[in-house]
Structures are given as C-alpha cells and as structure tokens.
Ligand binder design. Structure first.
Ligand code: AMP
Length: 190
C-alpha cells in the first residue's frame, strides 16, 4: 500500500496537491478538515461541537479526529492506499495513526511536508476565503491563530516522521505542476 501524509501549514496547497496525487496514484483521500466541514453541514452533534473550535481556529480534540480516521479506514478495506491531508496534527494523532495502520498490517510510506512562508500562506488563505466562503479563511486574526497553532503544536509532527526516516521536505512555492512533480519524485524515489 502507498500511504502518504501530506503535511504543511494551512494554505500550503495540501488540498490542491491531494487532488492531483489521488488521480495519479488512485488513493483514498482522507481530509479531517473536509470531514469536519461535512459534519457541520449535516448539523451532526460532532459537527456542532467542532464548529465552535474551528471558528476560532483552534484544533478539535485528538480523540474526535482519531475516531473519524479509524471509521474511514474501516470503510475502505479495498483501498490501494490513503492520503492523509490535515491529519495528523499532533504527536498523539501521529502515534494513533501508526497504531491504526499497524492493526491493518500496513504503515505510513512517506510524509511529504510542504514548506511555504507565513505571508504567502495568509495571502493564499484570504484569496481562498473569497471563493469558498469559509468563515475561518476570511478573518485575519483566525488565520493568524491557525498558523500560530500550526507552529506551536503541529510542526513537531514532522520530527516524529523524521525520526522514522520518512520525512521529505518540499518547497511549496511555485507552479502547481512543478510542486506536483517534486512530490511525485519524492514518492517514487522513496
Ligand atoms: P483544514 O481544512 O485542514 O485547514 O482544517 C480546518 C479546521 O478543522 C482546523 O483549523 C481545525 O480546527 C480542524 N481540524 C482539521 N483537522 C484537524 C486535526 N487533524 N486535528 C484537530 N483539528 C483539526
């Protein structure tokens, strides 16, 4: 199985590149942000609870996203592999993911970490907010909070995969196709 973690701060291009990777490698896409937004739209108790945190740019609790991923893994027995987008965001989530995959006789193949400077992230997120209407993409203080939380709680997750020899750093500024080519070459030279 090819199991990828697509990593990087909000606005680093994970969603855009995921769409291209899924098409090329026929992977199942698991984005915790997308799943949470679907729960909010459907007004489930989980969604209603998560919305207050998402609206402030805070993380939802580890056990909530770990359960979501566990369910999705169970629902996709026949997958050729998975692309994890926006998950894991804490070391506890990374450990839980390793255990879940181990239970299924597989593991993470590689973590692809997109590197983009903070000002570029803010510009991209504000632009995306105009199109998508996402509330957490339209308010500068929420965006800054998300980037701060990334730097404080999420960036360390790269060290977890580095220790396993699985971290690949990708320069995330440039054309979508050039960045995609760098991602593919990291996957194939793995
Ligand atoms: P994203 O679309 O990945 O930027 O996620 C949007 C929001 O959903 C984040 O700002 C968090 O509030 C929440 N979220 C998404 N994935 C996670 C995760 N793995 N752990 C905790 N919170 C998450």
């Amino acid at each position: 199985m090819l199991n990828l973690v697509l990593f990087g701060p909000p606005g680093s291009g994970k969603g855009t590149q995921s769409a291209k990777l899924i098409e090329k490698y026929q992977l199942v896409h698991l984005s915790t942000g997308d799943i949470l937004r679907a729960e909010i739209k459907a007004q489930t108790p989980l969604g209603i609870d998560a919305k207050t945190r998402i609206d402030k740019g805070e993380l939802v609790p580890d056990e909530v996203v770990i359960n979501m991923i566990s369910n999705k893994l169970d629902q996709n027995h026949d997958a050729k592999g998975f692309i994890f987008d926006g998950f894991p965001r804490t070391t506890a989530q990374a450990e839980a993911l390793d255990n879940l995959l181990k239970g299924k006789g597989t593991s993470i193949s590689v973590m692809l970490a997109l590197d983009v400077d903070d000002q570029e992230l803010i510009n991209r997120i504000l632009l995306r907010g105009k199109d998508s209407g996402r509330a957490d993409d339209q308010d500068l203080s929420i965006i800054e909070n998300r980037i701060a939380i990334y730097n404080r709680e999420t960036a360390v997750v790269a060290d977890y995969y580095k220790a396993q020899g699985k971290l690949r750093l990708i320069h995330g500024v440039g054309s979508i196709d050039d960045i995609f080519a760098s991602l593919c070459s990291s996957i194939e030279n793995n």
